[in-house]
Each structure stands twice: as structure tokens, then as C-alpha cells.
Design a protein around this ligand. Sequence first.
Ligand SMILES: C[S@@+](CC[C@H](N)C(=O)[O-])C[C@H]1O[C@@H](n2cnc3c(N)ncnc32)[C@H](O)[C@@H]1O
Length: 437
Amino acid sequence: MIKCGTSIHMEKPFVHVLSSHLRNQKCDHCYAERELLSCSGCRYVKYCDKSCQKSAWSYHKNECINLRKLPSGKEVPNTARLLLRLITKLKKGGEQEKGNYDKNKFRFFKDLQSHYSQIKEDNKRMEHAVSLYGVLKGFMEENNLPNFSEFTGIYGRVVVNSFNILDGDMNNLGTGIYLGASTIDHSCEPNAVAVFSGTSITIRTIKDIPEFKWSKVRICYIDSLKSTEERRSALLEQYYFLCDCPRCNSLTKHNVLEASVECQKCFSSISYHKGESKCPSCSWEVPVDFSKVYFEVVNFTNEQHERMNTIAYLDACKVCLSKQKDILHKNSLLYVKTMDLAFEASLQLNKWDDALSLGDQLSDGYRIYYGNTHPVLGLHYMKLGKILLLKNEFEKALETLEKAETIIKITHGTEHEFYRTQLYRLLFEAKSAAYGL
Ligand SMILES: C[S@@+](CC[C@H](N)C(=O)[O-])C[C@H]1O[C@@H](n2cnc3c(N)ncnc32)[C@H](O)[C@@H]1O
């Protein structure tokens, strides 16, 4: 038995690339945020010190020559840089590099799934591949560039096996390929999670795994705050498989709650979208004319969510929430998604009272859709704890931060920098203030 909160795999990236929007803030090699020195060759990438620059030279040297020619202010797409590094590495012996995922089990880059035939049939992906091939042609000598068919195989392996490299706060920092970790399949009800220290990946169990086998480890490839239909179509579109995990397959509590309405007598959930029209708890019957107002609310909310694709507006969220009141159940997906947007918007506006009341309810929604031991839930409690500290509500802050600690100890571990620096500091502050130390 492997207990939850165990690190079962650690690995450095086979290749990685820092997102270009962060190149003036973070070291291109270790992703640390310090004072940076530009590479004297290209002036495009920056490092925190000479040692990082030296370590990065093996994969930067080739791109450096090309980045020098780049007109100032022009950016190279992240995937193009990743591919450039990858192709160069494969040419220089990387094909023989093994990525272990167990003591005696390993894979080479060629062993990664490419979904070659599906990619060839996928117009969107083929357009992307053609445009990246064009960028690389401008960057590489022709004899170093694989032919287009070989390139499509490499491109397929990249899109199917890449990990988003995240910081402790779950902000996206870059993209990496990890040969060993890429063996792990997906489940919408995962038993493991990937966390990062700089560019290194760690896979940690978030549930106990009896009779541990690698083939039983599952991480979640996508955001869980989605309906079964949305998750399945995202996985099919991006990874070319139809998910048949327990959450997708059965009538689990999420499945029932996804599109549920609120019983107007006892506030239980009624799985209206799935055809239920009677409250399973008190037998209250949904009125016949209910569907008109239900679909009006659902359509209105969906339109607003689409408008808030890049930025959430607190006022718009509040209008949605007031329309949803007494119609959608508090744990229905659309309600939770609206709360999620409203919470983010209130943080952006420093509206702490709004954030606290939204955040409290949102915790329950997160527990349902992300599960009890997910980094998103741990970070959420941390955000609430910080606000409570700001508002001098020290005892509540401590209680909330302890909830964060219980989760982050499992998902990140106490050795993770995020725990040691950020969470530990907040806990110390809350304890000192709560006990008057
Ligand atoms: C990163 S790879 C995972 C390892 C892969 N199974 C392998 O053997 O290389 C991602 C691919 O694995 C397959 N896969 C992952 N999770 C799956 C699941 N739950 N059901 C079916 N196929 C899955 C899909 O083909 C997907 O594109």
C-alpha cells in the first residue's frame, strides 16, 4: 500500500521551455525569480547566474544563434522553441536517453504516444504543425530539420505528452516533456498529482493506493471544473481518447449534481437536466413551467461566462448569481463556476468581504468537483486564510490555514518550497497573532 501524500516519482525534464511572457522575470533555466542577466549572445533569454547560464548552454547554444537574428520586440512561439530544443537534442544523442519511471522500467522519446494517424486527420493540429514547421525552417539548417512526416511524429508526441510546468500557486510557467512521467494515464478521479520544483516534476499520491502498480497511477490532464460532456470532449480533442473513468461512467455525485436544480421546499438537489422532476428527498414536484425560466438562467449565465473568458467582472457574476438563486442548486456546476469567477474578480478588486463570503461557499463546490485533496482546494484555503489575516480575524485565519496545510502537506509535501516559505510563513503569522505570541 502506498499512502496518500507519498512522492512516487521525481524527474528532470527531457526538454522544457519557459513561457515567453515570463522571460524578463524568471531565469530561463531554473525559473527562479531573481535579478537576471541577459545572455550576451542573443539578449533574448535571461539567467539568474553564471551557473544556470552554463548548464543551459547545451540546449541554448543552437537557438542562441537564431534568436540573435530576431527583430527586437519579436517573440518566438513557446512550442516552436520547445521543438527546436527537442529536435536538436534528439539529433545529438537524445534518442538514446532513457527516462525511468520505476527502478527497472524506462522509456525513450520514441516510445511516447504520437497519435500520428489522428493528428494527420485533425485539421486544426495539422495547421498548427505546418505553421511551426515554417517557423523552424527559418531557425534551423535544412539538414538538421527532420522531414515533415518525421516532424509530425515529434509534434504529436509533444502535444500529447507535454506537462504545463506550474509554480506552487498553480500559475503556468512553462512547458516540459518528462519521459518517465509521460507514462501516466488520465482519470477525472485521479489518485496522483504532478507538482513542480523549478522545472523538476514530482508525482505525489493524493489517495492511498493499495497494491501499488504503475499502471494504476492516474493524474488528471484537464481542469476538473467541467461537466462530463465537456471533460470528455476536451480529452478527445486534445488527447484522442474517450474517457471511461468512474466519474465519466457512472452516476456519481458530481454527475448528478452537474446540472441540478434546487428543491424549493427542502433545498436538496434535483437532477433536472437528467430528467428528474421530483425531489428525491421530499417529493416536491418541479412545476411544469419551470423549464422556461431554468433554460433562460442557464443560457444567460453561459453567455456571461463566455464574455468573461479572459477577465471576470464581479458585477456580471453577481447578476448571474442572483438569477440563479432558487433555481440552480448551490452545488450545480454552473453555480460553482460562477462563484469561481466571482471569487477571482473580488480578489482582483481587493473586495475582501465579497471574497470571504463567496470563498466560503466555493470551498464546498471545489470539494465536489476537484476532490478533498486537490492543490486547487489547498490554495483556495490559503487565499481565504490570507484575507482573514488582513482583516485581523486571526483565529479564523489559523483554522482556515490549517485546512490548507492538511491538503498542501499531501499534494506538495512539507519539503516543497511552497510549503516551507509561503504556507509556513502564513501559519506562523496566524499562530503568533491568534495566541498573542
Ligand atoms: C501521456 S500519454 C499516457 C501514457 C500512454 N498510455 C502511453 O502508453 O504512452 C497520453 C495518452 O495515453 C492515452 N490515455 C491516457 N489516459 C487514458 C485513459 N484514461 N483512457 C484511455 N487512454 C488513455 C491516450 O491515448 C493519451 O493520448
